[in-house]
Design a protein around this ligand. Structure first.
Ligand code: 13P
Ligand code: SF4
Length: 302
């Protein structure tokens, strides 16, 4: 009798599918994935893969990005209701109004946005390349950065550019406080604090390293330290344990959990492979505009 993992492996071969999983996914999902990574790494994989079906274990904006970059493939999002708190449809109206108010500005959209917003932007960015994207824009151009004001201010600090940053943000990361970091430092003296740029600026000021999920893993792998305080979503602990055997990782707070990232289950992955549903299909008139902003981003190294 086949167990569920064997069934997924068999269906994956039959469907010529690839499983991509974000580093915030549950451990059992990261274990069955062909590729794990941050938003940038997974977009690059989605653009390159020669599989016929992409099973995206993550949230909707990631699956939409895969479909925009590889429209000829079937893109499946096993957890169809997995969204991101920054992913709101009202954003399109706000971007339209901002475009009218700043007709000459360059609009940078964080990838955590609906495809329709990417279609209205000039260039996208992820948490790993926000500063590189901003630095690529000519100095004399006004920049509107949306919707994550915390990532925007991080890119400002790194590049020395001033932008019109919106005030959106990720509730998981914004909940982290200065007191959390001080308590973690007191509990684990000497352990470097590795943090995601979606955290608020005063909290970020207390970090030793700020970067995307992949950046955090890379930093921990290369560091001489043996204990680390991790200030991002708890799913990353799985990859850290895999990549850094013998090192210890302590979450900066018990509340670093994204419920949407935890909606994927092995059963949903299996059923998606069986039925080729639920699919994510970005309408062609939106896709052909959104692909420009995403392709420009992919041309810029993280
Ligand atoms: P990464 O760019 O590190 O993958 O982050 C995506 C995200 O949703 C962070 O909350
Ligand atoms: Fe969105 Fe935050 Fe969840 Fe990332 S952790 S998917 S930014 S809600």
């Amino acid at each position: 009798m086949e167990d569920i993992i064997e069934e997924i492996e068999r269906l994956k071969r039959e469907r010529k599918a690839v499983i991509l999983a974000h580093l915030y996914q549950p451990e059992e999902i990261q274990e069955i994935a062909d590729f794990t990574g941050d938003s940038f790494g997974l977009s690059r994989q989605a653009a390159r893969t020669d599989a016929e079906v992409i099973v995206f274990c993550g949230v909707r904006f990631m699956a939409e990005t895969a479909n925009i970059l590889s429209p000829e493939k079937v893109t499946l999002l096993p957890a169809a209701d997995a969204t991101c708190r920054m992913f709101t449809d009202t954003l399109t109206d706000e971007v339209r109004r901002a475009r009218a108010a700043h007709p000459d500005a360059v609009f940078v959209a964080y990838v955590n946005t609906p495809a329709a917003v990417k279609a209205m932007a000039d260039i996208c960015c992820t948490s790993s390349n926000a500063a590189a994207v901003v630095a690529s824009i000519p100095e004399d151009r006004e920049i509107v950065f949306l919707p994550d004001g915390n990532l925007g201010s991080f890119a400002e600090a790194q590049t020395g550019r001033q932008m019109i940053c919106w005030h959106g943000g990720c509730p998981t990361h914004m909940g982290l406080t200065e007191a959390d970091i001080e308590a973690a430092r007191a509990a684990y003296p000497g352990a470097p604090v590795l943090m995601h740029p979606e955290c608020r600026p005063p909290v970020r000021a207390l970090a030793d390293y700020v970067g995307s999920t992949t950046g955090i893993v890379k930093y921990a792998m290369e560091s001489e330290a043996e204990d680390f305080i991790i200030a991002t979503e708890e799913g990353v602990l799985y990859e850290l344990a895999e990549r850094c055997p013998g090192k210890k990782f302590h979450l900066a707070s018990r509340h670093l959990l994204c419920v949407n990232m935890k909606k994927t289950t092995l059963e949903k992955v299996r059923d998606a492979l069986k039925t080729l549903e639920p699919r994510v299909v970005v309408p062609e008139e939106i896709r052909e505009k959104a692909v420009t902003a995403l392709t420009r981003m992919l041309e810029i190294a993280p």
